[in-house]
Structures are given as structure tokens and as C-alpha cells.
Design a protein around this ligand. Structure first.
Ligand SMILES: Cc1cc2nc3c(=O)[nH]c(=O)nc-3n(C[C@H](O)[C@H](O)[C@H](O)COP(=O)(O)OP(=O)(O)OC[C@H]3O[C@@H](n4cnc5c(N)ncnc54)[C@H](O)[C@@H]3O)c2cc1C
Length: 412
């Protein structure tokens, strides 16, 4: 049986970053995934390096806004009641984490992580020669109504407290920056210096290629079971192979709690399903990602066209594709811009979300030979490389350069 320092489940942005970071440190690493690297949720993300996005969707205003959000046909939020009733632990914990003091605490903790995200992204990008996949041209949030703009003020204060800088824009300034916007605009925020990625799967594949070039091992098979013991772990893959490692890492995004024996099975991991559509001919329509706050999506100019990505659907991982969400994105993008033709490639992905919106990064509650790294909700593309750095440090027995107590898997 082959022996590795580290065996990693999941070649998404989190697992691939961890594999490359660990390999750069000279560890012997096996990365496994039944699918092509980067083809999971990260592939259809809105492409933003959202270091400014420390405000969770948990919010005290949710109690007042929920009835409208859930019943309006024109809402970015959909909720499957049957699924909700079957998962009361996640739902109740989510609502408990909507209290003001809790939201402030969450925003501060996410802010600390996000403030360190760039240095790890830069390290992996330089290592893998992926600079060409990044565009630095700011990011814009817009609000179409005064009520929406005013309601966002509390969140903006939490951003400022976390050290996020932005300029407040008038309607005229928004339209000057992005003349293609034809829908109503009350005002906006400009995150100066923000970056976005032209193709998140290509970025993950670039990290993966560098990992292989450094001698990292790769198995295109998913992990089904982990058996930790006093000296390490025995890992079983779907093809029946058994592999021995000193430690393993569970970085399988929304699927992380389905690998048996890791201790993650006990954690309340939820899923926020999100959708995107693509207008292949319209990549030059905006010059930067534009997030329409009330409508809950970004319009991002990326390699394959203008991607309209967002919405939150609370439903089972296994529920069928719900075209209500892609119809919504198509309708709202026509409101935001002129009609853009028929959308292409409707896509569904699974944001892995803990009820307190904080990722799980640290040793499993059941074994120090298992490291858990998932739950990055709306900001996993941004936090993947930093999480990889932390995972590599933990595997090396080093203290990470950021306090990770708030992200401990043992907090539940
Ligand atoms: C519509 C939308 C827009 C988004 N926009 C942004 C954005 O602009 N910026 C941002 O930072 N984030 C964004 N996100 C969030 C981001 O995409 C996720 O947080 C991120 O993809 C999580 O990364 P991951 O590596 O944990 O999971 P994934 O990307 O889902 O990767 C998990 C991998 O694990 C594999 N896997 C599953 N089970 C197993 C198993 N048993 N064994 C081995 N491997 C397994 C899967 O095949 C997959 O390859 C967005 C998400 C959505 C849905």
C-alpha cells in the first residue's frame, strides 16, 4: 500500500490549492476526485476575487424581508419547504446566526480571512504562471432603489470595520463607468483594486498542472471512506484502491460530509444552490464585474462571454435543475441591460455553507489525522488559496499565520 504525507479529497479550488501548497513544501501528496479538476462549483462562480465580501447573507433584516423574498416571483431567493423541514438543525442555527451581534462577529472573522486572501492567491498564481487569467479593474455593486441602498448601510459599516475600502457612487458616476447599464440605478459602490478571474476552472487547472509538474500524485476517483488510527489514515477510493497517509484532507465542497469516517458527517453543512447563464457575444458589455445587489447576481465579463451568476436556492443537493432560477437571471439581465439574445449554458452549482457562514478549517472533532476544509459559501474562489496555505501549515505541524479558532470544526 502506497504511503503519502497527505491525501486530499476534492480537486476544487480549495483542495487543489491545498495540494499545490503542500507539494511546494515538499510533502508527498495524493489528490483525488472522480471529476476533472475545477469542474465543480468553482467552475461556474461569478469569477470575483471578493476580498470585500465579509458580510454574510445572515442578517437581522432577514426576519422582515423573508416573507417577500420567499413568495415573490421576482426574488433571487427560492426555498424548498420540504427540504427545510427535513433539515431543522441547519435552518434554526442559520436563524440564530442572524442576530446583530452574531452577524458583526461573523463579518469580523470573515474580514480577517479575506484580508489575507490576496497573498496566497499571488503565491499560487506566480508558482503556476497564471497571471494572464486575472483582470484588475475594480468591482462595482449597484442598487436600483434608495431603500435597497439605505438598507445596505449597516453591512457597509461592517466592511469598513474590516478594513475594506470603497467609494460611494452616484447614479451618474455608475452610468459613466458602465454605460451599458440601462435599468434603474440609485447608487453604487466601487471596490478599487478588486480583481476577477477570466475562467475559474482554467485557474484551478493551472494550479493542478503545476502540482503535477512538481511531482504531486493524482487519482481520478472519489474518496469514499477514511479510517483514522494512531499513526495515520487508511483511505478507500471509489475504484476500491486503499491508500495509506499520515493525514488526509476533506475538501469536497458541498459533498464533504458524505465521505464516511472523517468526523465531518456530524457537522451541519448546508447547500446554497446557485445558477448562472452566459451571453457568449457580450463579454465586452461591462468592463468589470457588476453586482446588482437587490437582484442577487453579478454580471461578469469573462473568457467565454458575459456570465450572469447568482441566486440562492435552499434545496437538496439532489433536487433537479430548477429553470425558474435561470429564467429569473435572463429576465433580470434584460432589465439591467438591453436584451442580449438567448442565453447559453444554463448551469447549477452548490455553495457549501455552514449555518454561521464561516468555513470549517481545522482538525476533525474525531481525529487529528483528518483536516477538514470546506464551507466557503459565496467566497470560495477567493479563499481557496489561503485555505490551502492553512491546511499545508496544519499538515506540516506549523502554526498558521492567522488565528483559525473561529473556523474550528469543533465549534458545533
Ligand atoms: C453562482 C455562484 C457564484 C459564485 N461566485 C463566487 C465569486 O465570484 N467569488 C468567490 O470567491 N466565490 C464564488 N462562489 C463560491 C465558490 O464557487 C465556492 O465557495 C467554491 O467553489 C467552493 O470551493 P470547493 O473547492 O470547496 O468546492 P467545489 O468547487 O465544489 O469543488 C469540490 C470538488 O470536490 C469533488 N468531490 C466531491 N465529492 C468527492 C469525494 N467523495 N472525493 C473526492 N472529491 C470529491 C467535486 O467533484 C469537486 O471537484 C460562487 C458560487 C456560486 C454557486
Amino acid at each position: 500500500m502506497q504511503d503519502f504525507d497527505l491525501i486530499i479529497a476534492g480537486a476544487g479550488i480549495v483542495g487543489t490549492s491545498a495540494a499545490l501548497m503542500a507539494r511546494m513544501e515538499g510533502m508527498s501528496v495524493l489528490l483525488c476526485d472522480g471529476e476533472t479538476p475545477g469542474s465543480g462549483t468553482v467552475s461556474g462562480s461569478a469569477c470575483t476575487i471578493a476580498t470585500y465580501a465579509n458580510v454574510p447573507i445572515n442578517s437581522p433584516s432577514i426576519f422582515a424581508a423573508l416573507p417577500t423574498l420567499l413568495t415573490s416571483a421576482d426574488s433571487p431567493l427560492t426555498f424548498n419547504w420540504k427540504y427545510g423541514l427535513q433539515n431543522p438543525r441547519w435552518m434554526l442555527s442559520f436563524l440564530r446566526n442572524c442576530r446583530s451581534a452574531k452577524v458583526e462577529e461573523i463579518a469580523a472573522n470573515l474580514g480577517r480571512l479575506l484580508a489575507k486572501a490576496d497573498e496566497s492567491i499571488d503565491a499560487l498564481t506566480a508558482e503556476s504562471g497564471a497571471e494572464d487569467l486575472f483582470v484588475q479593474n475594480d468591482c462595482l455593486y449597484i442598487w436600483s432603489t434608495k431603500a435597497g441602498f439605505d438598507a445596505a448601510r449597516a453591512g457597509n459599516e461592517m466592511r469598513k470595520k474590516a478594513g475594506v475600502t470603497f467609494d460611494e457612487l452616484t447614479e451618474e458616476e455608475v452610468r459613466t463607468l458602465e454605460p451599458a447599464i440601462q435599468g434603474p440605478v440609485h447608487g453604487g459602490l466601487q471596490y478599487k483594486g478588486a480583481r476577477h478571474v477570466l475562467d475559474p476552472q482554467a485557474l484551478t487547472l493551472r494550479y493542478h498542472a503545476r502540482y503535477l509538474a512538481l511531482g504531486g500524485a493524482w487519482a481520478q476517483s472519489s474518496m469514499t471512506q477514511v479510517q483514522p488510527d494512531a499513526t495515520g489514515v487508511t483511505v478507500t477510493l471509489a475504484d476500491g484502491t486503499q491508500v495509506r497517509g499520515k493525514r488526509c484532507v476533506i475538501a469536497a465542497g458541498a459533498h464533504s460530509t458524505r465521505i464516511r469516517g472523517t468526523g465531518a458527517e456530524r457537522l451541519p453543512l448546508g447547500v446554497e444552490r446557485g445558477y448562472n447563464i452566459l451571453y457568449p457575444q457580450s463579454s465586452a458589455l461591462t468592463s468589470r464585474p457588476v453586482g446588482w445587489a437587490e437582484a442577487g447576481f453579478y454580471a461578469t465579463p469573462m473568457a467565454q462571454g458575459l456570465r450572469i451568476a447568482g441566486t440562492v436556492e435552499i434545496a437538496s443537493l439532489y433536487a433537479p435543475f430548477n429553470s425558474r432560477n435561470t429564467d429569473y437571471l435572463h429576465r433580470k439581465s434584460k432589465e439591467m441591460f438591453a436584451p442580449l439574445g438567448a442565453p447559453d449554458k444554463p448551469w447549477l452549482g452548490y455553495r457549501p455553507t455552514m449555518p454561521d457562514a464561516l468555513p470549517v478549517i481545522g482538525f476533525s472533532p474525531t481525529s487529528d489525522n483528518v483536516i477538514l476544509a470546506f464551507g466557503h459559501q459565496h467566497i470560495g474562489l477567493t479563499l481557496g488559496p489561503l485555505t490551502g496555505r492553512i491546511v499545508a501549515d496544519l499538515a506540516l505541524g506549523k502554526k498558521p499565520n492567522i488565528d483559525i479558532a473561529a473556523f474550528s470544526p469543533k465549534r458545533f
